[in-house]
Design a protein around this ligand. Structure first.
Ligand code: SF4
Length: 437
């Protein structure tokens, strides 16, 4: 077997896990193939956060099974990620074409599993979870060259009632700070300029470490890494947004003024039922403190509409919190039933059509807010990390510290530099500007 192709579903954590699996395979001499058609091994790195993501995976798996049978073609099929963890051996009976099933915390075992499966001619399943995974330096094959994801912790202790993550990715485990700093230093030496720390709840980083290190302290350590110009992080649980983190965003020049703080609902009744452990006013209070300290902070959030028991009044409170907080961007979803979660058992499941209508109302309101907020940037001068040519071509593109895309004219030699751009126009998803001399 010489070539592989990875199809990734879901979040940045999955994207980064795919980079890790690619790193392992490339260190074994395999080469990445551009498409399934050219690959001898295909990994489906799956997501089960919503029903739709699961359906997408099963349809892709069906397509692969069909390809494998065609012209006697032999493709090794591996299933990784959250569905692999959720279904385990059951995947083999559902789809006998699957050769490997590998859980997110078992990635380091990938080459051993391939060898075992080839030696025995039988499928191999590893979903037990390697307890030492968070302390292992598994190689990652990154392709961006400028911006990198770095996992700082795995798992989650929060048990929100709609979420499968704690059931699938286990309890929180933090990577030792020295490993993270070494990884960031290595990235800076290879020309990377921006790092995004990943974790289900980065704010609670540090639990269970041998020597205490909080998330703000970790940011302080990485601030000292020469060559790494920008630090971002995702995701933050509002309950754990501490004054220490707010101060770190204000005081550490490399930490970008941008935070994703999922509120999920504006109704205290629904928040309690979701087990989010904050009220809408507590959330508003944190936002006030954040904006007092860092007025230019860019704030994004997640919203779930149609959670079981969500009535019209609850939903009106969600629209109200969107109005009150004025997020820069939101990610909104219909509540999706997930196996083994408490929300599944709750009374008052909301009809699909009502969820659709509510989602539309949320998008419509936020569209106006985002449009207005984007226009507030016009006339300002923004620091932009130049990423290269824009997708449409003819201009450069990059991102502000607030994570807004900006297009502007300039020389390709600027790729990788931090430049100043005067914003001259705003669209629904991006800004355009002129490079300052
Ligand atoms: S904080 Fe809640 S929503 Fe986020 S991963 Fe943990 S349990 Fe899931």
């Amino acid at each position: 077997m010489k070539s592989f192709h990875i199809i990734t579903f879901g979040c940045q954590m999955n994207e980064h896990d795919s980079e890790r699996m690619s790193g392992i395979l490339q260190s074994q001499g395999l080469v990445p193939a551009d498409s399934v058609d050219d690959a001898e091994m295909v990994i489906l790195n799956t997501c089960s956060i919503r029903e739709k993501a699961e359906q997408k995976f099963y349809s892709e798996l069906g397509r692969l099974a069909h390809l494998r049978g065609r012209d006697g073609r032999r493709i090794t099929i591996a299933v990784a990620g959250c569905i692999a963890q959720q279904e385990g051996k059951k995947l083999l009976s559902r789809s006998p074409t699957v050769d490997l099933v590998i859980g997110p915390s078992d990635i380091a075992r990938l080459s051993g599993m391939i060898a075992q499966s080839r030696g025995s001619g039988r499928p191999v399943v590893e979903t037990g979870g390697d307890p030492e995974y968070h302390q292992k330096l598994v190689p990652a094959a990154r392709t961006d060259g400028l911006k990198a994801w770095v996992s700082i912790m795995y798992g989650c202790d929060n048990f929100c009632t709609y979420c499968v993550v704690p059931h699938l990715r286990g309890r929180e485990r933090s990577r030792p700070p020295r490993d993270i700093v070494d990884e960031v230093r290595g990235l800076a030496d290879r020309g990377y300029r921006e790092v995004t720390f990943l974790g289900q709840n980065v704010n609670s980083y540090g639990k269970g470490l041998d020597s205490a290190c909080s998330f703000p302290e970790l940011l302080g350590l990485v601030q000292e890494v020469d060559g790494m110009e920008r630090i971002r992080f995702v995701t933050s649980h509002p309950r754990d947004l501490s004054d220490g983190l707010i101060s770190a965003i204000r005081d550490l020049p490399k930490v970008c003024e941008s935070i994703h703080l999922p509120v999920q609902s504006g109704s205290d009744r629904v928040l309690a039922s979701m087990n989010r452990r904050y009220t809408s006013d507590e959330y508003r209070g944190k936002v006030l403190r954040l904006r007092d300290a860092v007025p230019a902070v860019s704030l994004t959030t997640d919203i779930i509409v149609g959670f079981p028991g969500e009535g019209d009044e609850d939903f009106a409170m969600t629209l109200q919190i969107l109005q009150d907080v004025q997020f820069d961007t939101i990610f909104a979803f219909k509540y999706s039933k997930r196996p083994n979660t408490k929300a599944l058992e709750l009374p008052g499941h909301v009809p699909e059509q009502v969820k659709e209508d509510r989602l539309e109302q949320v998008f419509s309101l936020q569209k106006d807010i985002t449009f207005r907020k984007n226009h507030l940037h016009v006339g300002s001068i923004q620091e932009v990390l130049v990423e290269g040519e824009s997708r449409k071509g003819g201009t450069l593109t990059g991102r502000t510290r607030g994570n807004m895309a900006v297009n502007f004219a300039g020389s390709h030699h600027l790729k990788g530099s931090l430049v100043k751009v005067r914003i001259i126009a705003a669209g629904p998803n991006s800004l355009s500007g002129d490079l300052c001399e």
